[in-house]
Design a protein around this ligand. Structure first.
Ligand code: NAD
Length: 465
């Protein structure tokens, strides 16, 4: 006989990062009857969550946290107390790609997950529902279950594992959490216990998500859906980027191609912007992980298919640098190149796997002096991402005008809205001539820039004569 509380009043989340913080804040906001505690090993991060200066930048997040912090939302480093008290434990720790491994295959590094699971096992004195919030390889729940069952000293404690992958996108996390396209909950729906656990979590989301958007699935389908969703999204970007290269050779305009194909309801208009490449902590890592799993199952051709998506992304970044160099008379040695944007996308300060890192390294290799401005990325972050050696060729500015003054070229790395509103005529006046623009996000008004006098290179567009 088992009893699963059909409604929780106490949940905790292990991992107070880009996912754990915002998702738990949203649960706290929408479920005032639930006490939510978010724990992390990182004291600095927890201090920041408890301050006016949250550790991540995300539009709308401050308001949500302020509305519930200290009422039913708590941030703490006391993992043990939080685990003991919670009926339901979300695990949202980082699952990076392993640095070692044979061949191209890169497994997910589940070190943090395993250690979280060992802590849960050690400290649990009552039944718990464990929710995989992190993106994990398919069948991780099986391994986690072994860790939990074999390490729990308390007899009779039962763990029910659910997979509830997070589909939020950084930069729009609060909107995505407020009205998600879907919430996916995977569990052992083939038995009553699993079904009851799924139902209990469904009930939490039903406080604000329309019921028809809450989907249940078996555990393995839910785990695999997250990897597949990211692989498909990244593949779409690589597909349009591949076409952008062909556009440049043929006089076709990738924006017109995207618009035309996006009108096909089978294709749809979203995620069809050509760019310097995808970045972020997830796409590449999840594709590499998916491919690794395929290889483990002997599916080499399937793995190679997904590797090609990453390969195309690398090609796009290299191609961008080559274009800069060749357009600027085959050398950028000692030329000041203004780099606008460093974050991997707009409305976030996150720089993980940002294409700007590879592009900056590529340009530095050719001798460029980079003048960098990003509205949200501090110099210390750039230093961490680029390394001391590269920083000898990079100057970070807190004002775009300073980065642009006397520059030979501007490279747009992130699609920040503010870049569109700059006075490009005034910028042209203070730049070296000929002044080049390389729009790696296709966000600027290229006709206007050409009219001013810039030589404009946009992705997948006919080159300005
Ligand atoms: P993150 O690195 O920002 O946060 C993870 C946090 O977990 C860190 O603060 C770390 O200190 C903490 N942690 C690690 N081990 C711990 C332990 N044993 N006990 C307590 N705290 C521990 O990562 P993130 O971007 O929030 O991603 C988390 C997971 O969600 C990953 O699996 C990622 O793939 C997935 N995901 C991320 C996004 C995104 O946009 N960032 C979106 C969907 C899913």
């Amino acid at each position: 006989l088992f009893i699963i509380t059909s409604s929780f009043n106490s949940v905790c989340c292990i991992g107070a990062g880009y996912v754990g913080g915002p998702t738990m804040a949203m649960i706290a906001l929408k479920c005032p009857h639930i006490e939510v505690t978010v724990v992390d090993l990182n004291q600095q991060r927890i201090d920041a969550w408890n301050s006016d200066n949250l550790p991540i930048y995300e539009p709308g997040l401050d308001e949500v946290v302020k509305a519930c912090r200290g009422k039913n939302l708590f941030f703490s480093t006391d993992c043990e107390a939080a685990i003991r008290a919670a009926q339901c434990i979300f695990v949202s720790v980082n699952t990076p790609t392993k640095k070692t491994g044979l061949g191209k295959g890169k497994a997910a590094d589940l070190t943090y997950w395993e250690s979280a699971a060992r802590n849960i096992a050690a400290w649990s004195t009552s039944d718990k529902i464990i929710v995989e919030k992190s993106t994990v390889p398919v069948r991780t729940a099986e391994a986690i279950e072994k860790v939990l069952l074999r390490n729990c000293p308390q007899e009779g404690v039962h763990f029910d594992i659910l997979s509830n992958p997070e589909f939020l996108a950084e930069g729009t996390a609060i909107d995505d959490l407020t009205m998600p396209d879907r919430v996916l909950i995977g569990g052992k729906i083939e038995n009553d216990r699993g079904t009851a656990a799924c139902a209990a979590l469904c009930e939490v989301y039903a406080n604000w998500v329309p019921k028809e958007r809450i989907l249940t699935a078996n555990l393995w389908s839910a785990e695999l859906s997250k990897l597949t969703a990211n692989a498909m999204l990244a593949q779409r970007i690589s597909s349009i980027n591949a076409i952008s290269a062909l556009c440049e050779c043929t006089g076709a305009d990738v924006s017109q191609v995207s618009f035309a194909i996006g009108k096909d309801s089978r294709i749809g208009p979203k995620f069809l912007n050509a760019s310097v490449g995808f970045g972020g902590s997830c796409f590449q890592k999840d594709i590499l992980n998916l491919a690794y799993i395929c290889e483990c199952h002997g599916l080499q051709e399937v793995a190679d298919y997904w590797y090609s998506v990453v390969g195309m992304n690398d090609y796009q970044k290299t191609r961008f640098v080559r274009r800069v160099v060749s357009a600027m008379f085959n050398t950028i040695r000692n030329k000041k190149i203004a780099m606008l944007g460093f974050a991997f996308k707009k409305d976030t300060g996150d720089t993980r796997e940002t294409p700007a890192i590879d592009v900056a390294h590529g340009m530095i290799e050719d001798g460029a002096k980079i003048a960098l401005f990003d509205p949200q990325v501090p110099e210390e972050q750039v230093r961490m991402d680029m390394g001391e050696e590269a920083m000898k060729s990079i100057t970070c500015y807190s004002k775009p005008t300073e980065a642009l003054k006397d520059a030979h070229a501007v490279t747009i790395m992130t699609e920040w809205d503010e870049f569109k509103t700059y006075d490009w005529r005034a910028i042209y006046e203070v730049m070296h001539k000929p002044a080049f623009v390389f729009d790696g996000r296709n966000i600027l008004d290229h006709a206007h820039l050409s009219e001013i006098g810039f030589i404009v290179y946009a992705l997948g567009k006919p080159i300005d004569p």
